[in-house]
Design a protein around this ligand. Structure first.
Ligand code: NAD
Length: 251
């Protein structure tokens, strides 16, 4: 049996918008209602931990209540014929709940917590810490919830502005070399280093970008499908799956 061809699917908040989870930058998006520096930065955390935890408790409740939409489901269906790697900026787990197996959450997951001293830039008067405690949760983290390893306050396992993203460069290099199809969905491509993935996959032979308001400046060589993820992702997935059925098509 010939090996499955590799697809990288790079997604942002727009993928989950039609499930009812607000994006950041669209009108009505989260940043119209909250200041980034208050709720998604290490400095905001140090100023007011309760405010940050309340913000993420709302995100947790929303993400848990929402269901995968046809785009998430179509992405999972691609696995039947393709080796699909999802690289997502989303902290929700709607891809996994739709059945996607291989999901790399660049910016963390809302259903995990970690110690505030986790491998981050945390330091206080007693020096630098690096506590690696991380655990899945079934209810949001509260002020006063302490790390069982070191006693630090627990926090959401998400990457805030100003914190490092683990780009797993060796893995990325291997992935870039084998990827034949790259699909970007629902991202404004304004948040780095995640947005830097678009140029990294520039040599991928077949590239698509799905977004009602696509980031045109970065999309040389892409087939751009301007519109909603729940419309275009299932159509594209059907097209790719049907093409893959044709005997001898890619031998
Ligand atoms: N669901 C989530 O987990 C969630 C929600 C909000 C923000 N975020 C965070 O947002 C950050 C910002 O980057 P981003 O680029 O992901 O979000 P963004 O808010 O900057 O951009 C959202 C993009 O989605 C597009 N969009 C809106 N509705 C769409 C639809 N129905 N179908 C397809 N596309 C649609 C918009 O045109 C825009 O380009 C990331 O760090 C991510 O962690 C995640």
């Amino acid at each position: 049996m010939k090996p499955k061809r590799a697809i990288v699917l790079f997604s942002g908040a727009g993928l989950s918008a039609e499930s009812g989870i607000s994006t950041f930058r669209d009108s009505g998006g989260l940043w119209e209602q909250h200041r980034i520096e208050d709720v998604a930065s290490p400095e905001g955390w140090q100023r007011n931990k309760k405010l940050v935890l309340d913000f993420y408790a709302q995100r947790f409740a929303k993400a848990t209540a929402c269901e995968p939409n046809p785009a998430h489901i179509a992405i999972a269906a691609l696995q039947k014929k393709f080796d699909v790697v999802n690289i997502t900026q989303n902290i929700d787990t709607l891809l996994e709940r739709a059945g996607a197996k291989n999901v790399w959450h660049l910016h963390g997951r809302i259903d995990f917590q970690k110690c505030e001293r986790h491998c981050s830039i945390f330091s206080d008067e007693s020096g630098e810490f690096d506590c690696n405690y991380r655990a899945q949760i079934s209810s949001p983290t509260q002020l006063g919830d302490k790390c069982p390893k070191c006693g630090g306050q627990l926090r959401p396992d998400v990457v805030w502005f100003g914190e490092a993203v683990d780009m797993r460069h060796d893995y990325l290099r291997t992935l870039i070399a084998k990827t034949e199809i790259f699909i970007g969905v629902g991202t404004s491509a304004q948040v780095y280093p995640a947005a830097g993935l678009l140029p990294l996959f520039r040599a991928t032979p077949e590239k698509y970008f799905i977004d009602p308001n696509p980031a045109y400046a970065m999309l040389d060589g892409y087939e751009v499908l301007g519109g909603a993820a729940s419309h275009h992702v299932p159509l594209l997935a059907k097209r790719l799956l049907e093409r893959e059925q044709i005997p001898g098509r890619f031998e």
